[in-house]
Ligand binder design. Structure first.
Ligand code: ZN
Length: 419
């Protein structure tokens, strides 16, 4: 049997991006749908998609069951084309979108928000959307969405991007539900955050097991266990296969008045370290505890880019970090206390061996006032871990351990003290 590897360590000095939340430009702008009957009529089915052409002109074609209104626009850093539509059900052949052709290196699709579907094309360099049109079905041909991309220089790309961004900026942010009032003697609120979802599948195993599904199944089980204790109010940032931007996950926890935020993931390592096994607990820090933790944070933070969310300017984050450094120490202390509690539980149950807690700049852990921890359940790149991650028995056992860790945390005085 392979040695179970556990990876957990104490967080170095760090600071949190508090003002970041306020300083960031609108991450998600409501797509501009033309008035459409699609929201009330039966969903449009996207049956297939393909790429044609070369680097001089690359064409993306999607076959649809009927004509649909789409909103197509470009994003930079990294270069992407975003296609938004209401109520599209994807029934594409498995495995499509992974092959490069012309300017497009890959594409993916899925739910971006309830009732809102999205296709994301990754583009290898600066480009212009030359044409977009949707053809009516004709004879034996399905309805078709066609997008033509042509290469351009960086300057032209950026100029066009700014122009489009100004237009989109006039649209309002997607509003979040109002915070409920929460009295001091009420049950502590725990927010579970299954990572990824919808258009962003997260990591996937060679057998096609997706992180977004594994973490949702685990979060559902954990929620049941936590609720069953009668001691907590539990909310989930998502409870179906819908994407949620990182900023909104953080905002959700804050609005709920969470006493604890647990983001749940399942890692993937490339082949050279494929014997990596076991769960890992991460806290937030400005400086990563090691290169692997740093790489993982970069990968998890890339979720928004994968799903086609516009990323904040880097300079906003620098300013934000300076502003909030001191305010965050208390949250950091509590996060580490909770992280140690999970590590202790998992170690005692044999799910985690070496007592190391790791830390890095995970964007989803950046709520200034909510103790937050990211739990990587295991490695999808490891076949034994994969077996566990998809097993109901393992899921229940792991959920029991984490429930005990939550209990352990809330019995500590620090967890009950006001900020
Ligand atoms: Zn993840």
């Amino acid at each position: 049997m392979r040695v179970l590897r556990a990876l957990v360590a104490v967080a170095p000095p760090w600071c949190l991006a508090f003002a970041l939340l306020a300083a960031m430009p609108a991450l998600v702008t409501a797509p501009a749908y033309a008035k459409s009957k699609a929201t009330t009529a039966k969903a449009t089915i996207a049956k297939d998609a393909r790429l044609a052409g070369d680097r001089e002109r690359t064409r993306f074609i999607a076959d649809l069951s009927k004509k649909v209104d789409v909103h197509v626009y470009a994003l930079g850093n990294p270069y992407r084309v975003i296609v938004d539509a209401a109520d599209v059900s994807f029934q594409m052949p498995q495995g499509i979108g992974k092959k490069q052709r012309g300017l497009v290196s890959a594409f993916r699709y899925g739910l971006f928000a309830p009732g809102k579907s999205r296709i994301v094309l990754d583009v290898s360099g600066p480009f212009l959307i030359d044409k977009t049109f949707v053809l009516e079905p004709r004879d034996d041909q399905p309805a078709r969405l066609v997008i033509d991309l042509i290469p351009t220089d960086e300057k032209t790309f950026l100029a066009k991007l700014r122009e489009e961004k100004d237009k989109r900026a006039q649209k309002a942010d997607i509003p979040l539900p109002a915070a409920p009032t929460h009295s001091a003697d009420a049950k502590p609120i725990v927010v579970l955050d299954p990572g990824h979802g919808g258009v962003d599948p997260g990591a996937s195993s060679p057998n096609g097991v997706n992180e977004k599904d594994i973490v949702l199944q685990f979060a559902e089980r954990l929620k049941e266990k936590l609720v069953a204790t009668g001691r907590y109010e539990v909310f989930m940032t998502r409870d179906d296969d819908t994407f949620l931007p990182l900023k909104e996950r953080v905002a959700f926890a804050q609005k709920k008045g969470a006493g604890l935020f647990l983001s749940i993931h399942a890692d993937y390592f490339p082949t050279e370290i494929d014997d990596a096994r076991g769960a890992t607990v991460y806290t937030l820090s400005e400086r990563a505890s090691d290169a692997e933790a740093k790489a993982l944070a970069a990968k998890e933070n890339f979720s928004d880019a994968i799903a086609g969310v516009e990323l904040p300017e880097e300079s906003d984050e620098v300013v934000a970090n300076i502003l909030i450094d001191l305010a965050q120490r208390e949250t950091k202390n509590r996060s580490v206390v909770f992280a140690r509690s999970i590590v202790g539980e998992l170690a005692s149950k044999g799910t985690l061996h070496t007592k190391r807690l790791r830390s890095a700049g995970f964007r989803v852990l950046k709520a200034p006032d909510v103790p937050s921890v990211l739990l990587e359940l295991g490695f999808l790149s490891n076949s034994e871990d994969e077996k566990q991650l998809t097993s109901e028995t393992w899921r229940r056992r792991m959920a029991d351990s984490v429930t005990e860790a939550v209990d352990g945390y809330f019995t500590k005085r620090i967890a009950r003290m006001p900020f």
